[in-house]
Design a protein around this ligand. Sequence first.
Ligand code: ACO
Length: 327
Amino acid sequence: MNVQAVGIIGTGKYVPERILTNQELEHMVETSDEWIVTRTGIRERRIAAPEQATSDLAYEASLKAIAAAGIAAEELDLIIVATITPDTSFPSTACLLQDRLGAKKAAAFDLSAACSGFIYGLATASSLISSGMYKHVLVVGAECLSRITDYTDRNTCILFGDGAGAVVLGEVPQGRGFRSFQLGADGAGGELLKVSGGGSRLSPEGAAAAGGHYIQMAGSEVFKFAVRIMGGAAEEALYKAGLSKEDIDLLIPHQANIRIIQSALNRLNLPEEKCMVNLDKYGNVSAASIPIALAEAVEEGRIQEGDTVVFVGFGGGLTWGASVLVW
Ligand code: ACO
């Protein structure tokens, strides 16, 4: 019996209007446009309006993905929102989105795997469709990282931005769709990248005293981990798919730092034109960065039917993930 092929049948993205440039950051912390561009590749990032929360960004991206898939919201069976900046601890952002979309039939949950969350979400959704349990699943990566960024900390505040990307997964013809997933975690590295408040470990007072509302990051340790994991995870996903580096038509990596992406390209022996890069415009948008880059690649006509697309990402947890998809 053939297992049902599952692929992406619609994409969408939304980024807030407000642009925060490197030049503006020069007035906020001791940094320079030149340092940020050469050390990260980032030139500007988007910041949500005060009245916008993560579900609002997710909603806009989802409307586009659902329209592109040519289905009605009522046809969704499940909504997964990958985020580390949910509107509230609970209800989940996925439930808020389900209500707003009028996706009455859909189950809904949030998924927490930091920047790898979108790939974890794709793997979950794909399995649920190929098993025959569901037909259409909306997977969203959405973040308001500006709400957990300390704008007095130059080590982190230059990196992050806000936005959302969404995809609808459904059945596709045999020979197309997802070929493999490679997910991983190393909880021993959890301290390297964290928000310590807001959970059951610290009291609200304790969290406030420790700056626990904000992202805390050991930048160079995370950098070394990312360089080690990105190329390797993509290679393992290709191996599982029975493909090789030469088969890649487009690599869509997590958009954290141009030097991390460059090291993955070197390891995969891939020319720059086979890699989607938009971190210069949006910075690191955590779980939203890969689906935003995917939606933009589709808008720009960079993906043709039959192309082999590879997603790869890493993030807090520590977590990582890669996937191979025939478009
Ligand atoms: N402007 C100017 N100087 C700075 C800045 C800044 N914005 N930030 C740091 N520096 C200084 C440091 O203080 C240090 O100075 P010192 O040598 O006098 O102490 C110097 O620059 C070098 O610092 P490093 O941390 O070694 O710089 P590095 O080249 O590693 O770049 C960076 C820092 C960009 C943060 C890099 O380490 C990185 O990208 N790390 C990975 C971050 C990442 O991808 N995080 C994922 C988060 S996703 C998630 O799950 C939420």
